[in-house]
Design a protein around this ligand. Structure first.
Ligand SMILES: NC(=O)c1ccc[n+]([C@@H]2O[C@H](COP(=O)([O-])OP(=O)(O)OC[C@H]3O[C@@H](n4cnc5c(N)ncnc54)[C@H](OP(=O)(O)O)[C@@H]3O)[C@@H](O)[C@H]2O)c1
Length: 294
């Protein structure tokens, strides 16, 4: 099999991940041959950003030995079912889904190719070819062990940390990723909706919150969960938590209680001698009347 320096990447799916990954590989001196996508315009845009070519699938397969399927998860099997019509001997075929594993490549051994899921642990929000932040992104590999060493070398050359994962763990792995990215956005949106109901915050609530959000994450980075912990649950400020329950929208009751219970677990670990029993009782009983009557 080719050495890392001989790997020639081609991307099927010129969206956020395909363009960003291609631009990143290119910036690190790797060969990016080109793109195929459902719409020609997307492939042209990606090719122009990465100074590569807009290809047919046939050309891409012929010219590349590292084939990235960067379509939505639901399209991966469909693309694979097209790829099997071509000569794939010795090629590395990767998709970038967090939840799917390499068994999506049905019959790949008979084709003489090697299948992998290679998941970048990052939220890609655009397809402009921005590579800022990619250097610190961790990648997670799962699939045919034959080329594990080669992938290790590949990511070592790129300078990115590589984790290995068993396919049975992928759904939980993905759940973890979604919780700390997508679901956090849901929570931030909920918080900024509350703030926008307060005085002059009706415009620009999130802008006012962002410095505090960043400060909170920086505290976590520097000090870990336990020492980054602040707020009324950790302080054991019962009155403050009760006031929140007075004004909380009933549909947000569960999320407030569940997350506060998580915070309480961290607080108990941080301050084992503090008596949090009243706080626990409030968190367990608040809103019960509402829950029962609905
Ligand atoms: N976005 C993230 O934060 C992120 C992070 C880690 C992993 N991932 C994974 O990366 C993969 C791609 O996600 P994404 O966010 O980059 O999606 P995306 O922005 O929607 O891009 C997907 C691209 O695939 C193209 N496409 C769709 N069906 C196709 C087909 N049958 N044949 C060829 N091209 C097709 C689309 O085409 P046209 O533009 O040509 O219509 C689109 O440009 C997914 O497996 C996702 O789970 C995403």
């Amino acid at each position: 099999m080719a050495l890392t320096s001989q790997l020639r990447s081609g991307f099927i799916g010129a969206g956020k991940v395909g363009v960003s990954l291609g631009a990143y590989l290119k910036s690190k001196g790797f060969d990016v041959i080109g793109y195929f996508s459902r719409n020609l315009e997307s492939a042209k845009n990606a090719a122009s950003i990465t100074s590569s070519s807009c290809l047919t699938i046939k050309e891409l397969v012929a010219e590349c030995n590292l084939i990235w399927i960067t379509t939505p998860d639901d399209q991966i099997e469909k693309v694979w079912n097209e790829l099997v019509h071509y000569e794939l001997d010795g090629k590395l075929i990767c998709h970038t889904s967090g939840v799917k594993d390499a068994t999506v490549f049905t019959g790949i051994i008979a084709k003489g190719a090697f299948g992998y899921s290679v998941h970048p642990m990052r939220a890609f929000a655009d397809k402009t070819g921005k590579i800022e932040g990619l250097e610190t992104t961790c990648f997670t590999l799962e699939g045919d062990p034959t080329h594990y060493q080669q992938f290790k070398q590949f990511f070592r050359t790129l300078g990115n940390k590589l984790f290995f994962i068993d396919r049975k763990d992928k759904p939980m792995y993905h759940l973890a990723n979604v919780m700390v990215t997508n679901l956090v956005l849901g929570l931030l949106s909920m918080g900024s909706e509350y703030l926008s109901q307060c005085g002059s915050f009706s415009e620009g609530a999130i802008e006012a919150l962002l410095p505090m959000i960043e400060n909170n994450i920086n505290n976590l980075k520097r000090n870990g969960f336990s020492n980054a912990l602040t707020g009324p649950v950790e302080r054991n400020d019962l009155g403050t938590v009760i006031r929140h329950f007075d004004i909380l929208s009933p549909c947000d009751l569960h999320i407030y209680k569940d997350l506060s219970r998580k915070i309480l677990d961290l607080a108990v670990k941080k301050r084992p001698k503090r008596d949090y029993s009243s706080m626990l009782q409030i968190l367990e009983t608040a809103g019960l009347d509402y829950t029962r009557s609905n």
